[in-house]
Design a protein around this ligand. Structure first.
Ligand code: FAD
Length: 294
């Protein structure tokens, strides 16, 4: 147990070379930072014939502000997100999630692309990216396409990517959230050093005293990271109040289907989800109006 199986190892140094390899190799898997995959190879979860190590593709390491969105290269590490003033100022929800992600050694290896492609229900970059309605760019030798993060996760460890596609970029529009209040919180067994028991990201906008947009995303409480659509629809057009947010938070039961595992029982996850949704709606409202309710 815990021994790496045999496989053919390739380390392309250009995107083009990587795509050709993925096209021609049968049963290949992509390696980025390896913080998920190496463990999965050692435990026998995956037994690919070949590994295409993308860590040499320097062209996939960048954070660019287009004025409307941030374009983040798939090989950007979580620590690079934490260290980026652009991420902190333009996409603060993603920055907060990156700060709470594992610890320094892991953050230095783990990539944003790997976090999404691993498709764990507990992926910590997912709730903020669902709230920003980010889009990922996938490329193969046949061309490129953009997939909304809301449609990217198909199930635990299953994504909308084809085997021959590489995720190369995450596009995070931020302009549409500039007038929102926002809040993020992760609950784990140890603060910041563990996989989420539940993480919640919220953005809320109020115009002329009425809620005009709410986005709520959670991880670790369903087979994939999800948006809490029932609560979002319930809040739309209503006047914000402490009572309204409490009532809304109970609707989270309709959106999530937590399981019990080594980290927490399902009942705890449900209970904490309700509390966090209520707390973060209030916090978002306070941030939007720099005060809150009287
Ligand atoms: C001790 C420890 C603590 C952790 N803590 C956290 C945490 O707090 N929060 C959290 O969310 N995760 C955590 N993780 C999980 C892991 O670190 C993250 O999911 C990480 O972001 C994975 O990125 P990676 O670059 O290491 O991916 P890899 O392990 O290299 O790859 C992961 C999967 O994605 C695929 N893949 C990678 N890149 C691409 C690409 N560009 N295109 C197509 N497929 C691709 C691989 O084939 C593989 O299936 C932790 C892991 C460990 C070991």
């Amino acid at each position: 147990m815990y021994r790496l199986p045999g496989f053919e190892y390739y380390r392309p140094l250009s995107l083009e070379e990587a795509l050709v390899l993925l096209d021609k190799l049968e049963d290949a898997m992509v390696l980025a930072g390896g913080t998920d995959l190496v463990l999965d190879l050692k435990t026998g979860r995956y037994k690919p014939k070949s590994i295409v190590d993308t860590s040499g593709l320097k062209e996939l390491k960048y954070i660019v502000d287009t004025g409307e969105a941030l374009r983040i290269g798939a090989l950007t590490t979580i620590q690079e997100l934490v260290d980026s003033p652009i991420i902190a100022s333009k996409t603060p929800l993603l920055w907060e999630a990156a700060r709470e992600f594992a610890y320094w050694q892991i953050r230095n290896m783990a990539t944003i692309g790997g976090n999404l492609c691993n498709a764990s229900p507990a992926a910590d970059t997912a709730p903020p990216l669902l709230v920003y309605e980010a889009v990922v760019k996938a490329v193969s030798t046949s061309g490129e396409r953009y997939i909304p993060v809301t449609e990217f996760f198909l199930g635990p460890r299953r994504t909308a990517l084809d085997k021959k596609e590489l995720l190369v970029e995450v596009v995070v529009p931020y302009r549409n959230l500039e007038r929102h209040g926002y809040a993020y919180r992760k609950i784990g067994r140890r603060r910041g050093h563990d996989i989420s028991i539940v993480s919640v990201a919220v953005a809320l906008r109020v115009d002329d005293g009425l809620i005009t947009d709410t986005r709520i995303a959670l991880n670790s409480v369903a087979p994939v990271p999800i948006r809490a659509r029932s609560i979002e629809e319930f809040l739309l057009g209503k006047e914000p109040s402490i009572d309204l947010f409490r009532e809304a938070s109970k609707l989270v039961d309709r959106d999530i289907s937590p399981i019990s595992d080594v980290r927490a029982p399902a009942e705890y996850r449900l209970h904490v989800s309700r509390i966090l949704v209520e707390e973060l709606l209030l916090k978002s409202y306070k941030r939007a109006f720099k005060g809150g309710f009287e």
